[in-house]
Design a protein around this ligand. Structure first.
Ligand code: GLC
Ligand code: CA
Length: 517
């Protein structure tokens, strides 16, 4: 069936700079990723059982925002390799039944992209209108819009050469494309086709909810109460038409291509609109889990609201970490990592795992002389910890960012330890594959005491019950009547045990998946 792979599969996000270095320059690259694919899926439960990877940008870039500032959308930056190495990565991934989606950055280019160089050369240049230009207002920026990166300040920079301001919602080195210009739409469509023709399975679309702005460049409201009055530079109704256009491009290919949009919209009612009438992007990457404190009722509320608001054709997805946010293990604490993993991999919805989460990597403190990101995101982007050596098996050279405590946390140390987080992730991922209920079943909350998040999943007569203890004390929960069997516990020593569903005992920070008899 169309869409099965991205509905039922498990995604894994790779930040190419930090996964594996293959040539000793201290920076991860595409050949390094290819060399590590067996970790993700070698067809057996010794591997993570990943079905799809999302590659953060690897295109030509001056790296002001580490690849999210693209100067050539159709080439690989020499830091990461070349197109032939990309093709090899894609072929090797496909050989292991791993799909590959690539990050596309349609909101802005690099200021070194030929379009912007031409655009700023004169007000009459044919490329001028690829970007958003405006005259000063009272000697300052054209309006009160602010960049997303707090340290940047106004979303406008004055260009001396042509005497106008240009818009940029991130760094000044990332000028915003003008999505009201049909020529821009066509350029990005063509870039998508370039990668689809090469065989990618789809895209992660950067800043997908923030592409189009108020045509008259009106100020944002000074005060907003519950998101109202709405901002004029984000989540405009017109953005949906752009997404419908991309869906048409995707659907014009065979092989079940898809896209997941980065949707930075807090209000779930506005958020579900990004699923359209099944004519927009198939998945909608969201930050709702990332914003919750470790409280069972808070996560339950997010899930219930999604379940209530999503139209029948739409499919949820969840994530606990990515390259822009503090890692889950740092936010919640290591003792909760198992319950967090179980929740992510047993809910109704596509899970997105951020590299390193499977071994409980934490944010790494960065000494001030090694800070490289303007927005404070280095700690969650440090190199993957493959083994217990000081450089973690990531590189033979000087790593571009400090490496965490590999003696405490690494793939090698956890591989053969049945009680490790890596073993739990693997068991969860393969259990999910073997269980129609977990892969595609319905969701129903099971009422439970405070601090417990419990739910039932069901498909074609297959049932699974999940109970997650968010507290640090032992609990007893009633999940139904009759007996059941522990399919999997975050404490590995309980697997297979018989339990009375009316009285399921949970240790502190324990989660269980049960099969009712
Ligand atoms: C997205 C990316 C982030 C990047 C920004 C600008 O939010 O996830 O890393 O800095 O867009 O492209
Ligand atoms: Ca390298």
């Amino acid at each position: 069936m169309r869409g099965t792979w991205w509905r039922e599969g498990v995604f894994y996000q790779i930040y190419p700079r930090s996964f594996q270095d293959s040539n000793g320059d201290g920076i991860g690259d595409l050949a390094g990723i290819t060399a590590r694919l067996d970790h993700l899926n070698d067809g057996t439960p010794r591997s993570l059982g990943i079905d799809a990877i999302w590659l953060s940008p690897f295109y030509r870039s001056p790296m002001a925002d580490f690849g999210y500032d693209v100067s050539d959308y159709r080439d690989v930056d020499p830091t990461f390799g070349n197109l032939a190495e990309f093709d090899r990565l894609l072929a090797e991934a496909h050989r292991r039944n791993i799909r590959v989606i690539v990050d596309i950055v349609p909101g802005h280019t690099s200021d070194q992209h030929p379009w912007f160089k031409a655009a700023r050369s004169s007000r009459t240049d044919p490329k001028r209108d690829y970007f958003v230009w405006a005259n000063p207002r009272r000697g300052g920026p054209p309006n009160n819009w602010r960049a997303v990166f707090r340290r940047v300040g106004p979303a406008w920079t004055f260009d001396d050469q042509s005497g106008q301001y240009y818009l940029h919602h991130f760094l000044p080195e990332q000028p915003d494309l003008n999505w009201r210009n049909p020529a821009v739409r066509k350029e990005i469509d063509d870039i998508m086709r370039f990668w689809l023709d090469r065989g990618v399975d789809g895209f992660r679309v950067d800043v997908a909810s923030g592409l189009i702005r108020d045509e008259r460049l009106r100020d944002n409201p000074r005060f907003q109460l519950r998101g109202w009055p709405r901002r004029r530079n984000w989540d405009l109704d017109e953005v949906h038409e752009i997404h419908r256009g991309w869906r048409k491009v995707l659907d014009s290919y065979d092989g079940d291509r898809m896209a997941v949009g980065e949707i930075g919209v807090r209000n779930l009612r506005r958020h579900v609109r990004y699923y359209g009438e099944d004519d927009e992007l198939q998945l909608s990457f969201n930050f709702h889990f990332l914003e919750q404190p470790w409280v069972a009722e808070r996560f339950r509320a997010v899930v219930e609201e999604w379940e209530r608001l999503l139209p029948a054709h739409a499919w949820p997805d969840y994530t606990l970490s990515n390259h822009d946010r503090s890692r889950a293990t740092s936010r919640y604490g290591a003792e909760r990592a198992g319950v967090a993993a179980m929740m992510l991999l047993t809910l109704r919805g596509t899970p997105f795992i951020y590299y390193g989460e499977e071994i409980g990597m934490t944010d790494v403190p960065i000494p001030s002389n090694r800070i490289v990101d303007i927005d404070g995101r280095d700690p969650e982007r440090t190199p993957m910890q493959w083994d217990a050596s000081p450089k973690g098996g990531f590189t033979t050279g000087d790593p571009w960012l400090p490496i965490g405590d590999t003696a405490r946390t690494s793939v090698a140390a956890q591989r053969d330890d049945p009680a490790s987080l890596f073993s739990l992730y693997r068991r969860l991922s393969w259990l999910r594959k073997s269980s129609p209920a977990l892969r595609r079943g319905s969701y129903r909350t099971v009422p439970a005491a405070r601090g417990i998040f419990a739910y039932a999943r069901e498909a074609d007569g297959h049932r699974a019950l999940v109970a997650l203890n968010f507290t640090a004390s032992a609990q007893v929960v009633a999940l139904g009547s009759g007996s059941g069997r522990v399919l999997l516990s975050t404490r590995h020593d309980r697997d297979g045990a018989e339990v009375d569903l009316a009285r399921v005992e949970l240790s502190p920070d324990e989660g269980v998946v049960l099969a009712p008899a």
